[in-house]
Design a protein around this ligand. Structure first.
Ligand SMILES: Nc1ncnc2c1ncn2[C@@H]1O[C@H](COP(=O)(O)OP(=O)(O)OP(=O)(O)O)[C@@H](O)[C@H]1O
Length: 365
């Protein structure tokens, strides 16, 4: 992204930022507005915030609307506007866009923040989304198959909730469920194989006594060794009792294990963060043949020692198109990037103070 423009975004009344092609650092005190800048980029890539479901809370107090505009390195422009009454607009190259997945296709994004630990300790839905982000950016048609699957699932569950089953009513939804569900699973499986290999490649840079046994598994969402159709038939009686479909790609999961235990129950906090960083950069590397993602990194030093910060910056340099990093102190935030080859070792520094963002000299705290 070469330019980022914000208005009335949290405590930032306005900002117009020329971004460096590789590394951009946003430094300042607590509450100054650093994370808000990352949140604005996230909104540009997805139409929503990563901190709040309600965009009203993101609009600057006493203002009616917010706007974010970004010009990408390839010249494409993206714009998102949100109003307090819930209305909003998404534009790509000035023209209205139909869905936020069009934004996502233009701007693949990876976020590392305090929420990222949920890849290890959160529910299966969070991990499924990580895999699906990767699949979508490798194969954009995945979104249509997944949508078709979810709409069949909704109809099937509505029938199951009624409690008595007319086989003629259920059959067409089962057919659509199996057809799109198998495509979803096939795409996930093939992308998972690449992702897992790239994840292990990164783990080899970490202490092997700890990380060599870390395993990543894919669960399809139904019984191993049976087809989706067979599984649906097998579970129909139980599904009827529960009133919803208990098997299928909507129950898929990624699992991280270490010596047979869930990884988050064994790894230290810093080790967990490095596992998440390995996963996120492996995801970026998996999709990079199509488009290299932009990374948003909120407070890299928290939980990580200097060696791990440097390792993470090297991983990012290998798979990302650009990175936006926040930190309290400029010199500390810049350090991990300075040992990389150009252009990664030439960060652009911005100072953030009570919602005002200004260019700053490197090393000025
Ligand atoms: N809708 C809003 N309108 C105006 N100000 C807001 C709004 N929502 C949040 N704020 C304020 O905007 C600031 C947002 O700070 P942000 O989270 O971006 O800070 P930060 O620099 O990342 O801080 P930290 O280092 O503590 O993580 C805070 O001071 C917060 O109180």
């Amino acid at each position: 992204m070469s330019r980022l423009v914000l208005s009335n975004f949290r405590n930032i009344a306005s900002a117009d930022l020329p971004l460096a092609p590789a590394v951009n650092l946003f430094c300042g005190a607590n509450g100054s507005g650093k994370t808000s800048l990352l949140e604005a980029v996230h909104m540009l890539a997805s139409g929503r915030s990563f901190r709040s479901r309600q965009s009203q809370s993101v609009i600057r107090y006493e203002q009616e609307s917010l706007a974010v505009f970004g010009r990408l390195a390839n010249g494409v422009s993206l714009g998102v506007e949100k109003r307090r009454d819930g209305q909003g607009r998404i534009r790509i190259n000035q023209a209205p866009a139909e869905s936020s997945s069009q934004l996502a296709a233009c701007l693949p994004l990876q976020v590392i923040n305090s929420e990222s630990f949920s890849a290890l300790d959160g529910g299966p839905g969070v991990r499924r989304q990580l895999l699906d982000w990767t699949v979508f950016h490798v194969e954009h048609s995945f979104a249509n198959h997944w949508k078709a699957y979810q709409s069949a699932l909704k109809q099937r569950n509505a029938l199951l909730r009624r409690g008595k089953i007319d086989a003629n009513l259920l059959a067409p939804w089962d057919q659509q469920l199996v057809r799109s569900g198998e495509v979803v699973d096939t795409l996930r499986r093939s992308v998972f194989t690449q992702l897992r290999a790239l994840f292990h490649e990164r783990l080899r840079d970490l202490p092997q006594d700890v990380f060599a046994p870390l395993e990543l598994h894919y669960r399809s969402g139904w019984k191993k060794g049976t087809s989706l159709r067979e599984s649906l038939v097998e579970s129909l009686e139980g599904d009827l009792g529960q009133g919803f479909t208990r098997v299928g790609p909507h129950r898929a999961d990624l699992r991280f294990t270490l010596h047979g235990q869930p990884a988050h129950a064994v790894l230290s906090r810093g080790q967990q963060k490095m596992a998440v960083c390995a996963l996120r950069t492996a995801m970026a590397a998996t999709v990079s043949a199509r488009e290299k993602p932009v990374f948003l990194v909120d407070d890299l030093p928290s939980e990580l020692d200097e060696d791990n910060q440097r390792l993470f910056s090297r991983w990012v340099g290998d798979c990302a198109s650009q990175v936006l990093v926040t930190g309290i102190e400029g010199s500390v935030t810049a350090r991990p990037w300075q040992s990389l080859p150009p252009p990664w070792c030439e960060p652009r520094m911005f100072h953030v103070e009570r919602g005002r963002v200004t260019a700053a000299a490197l090393g000025a705290d």
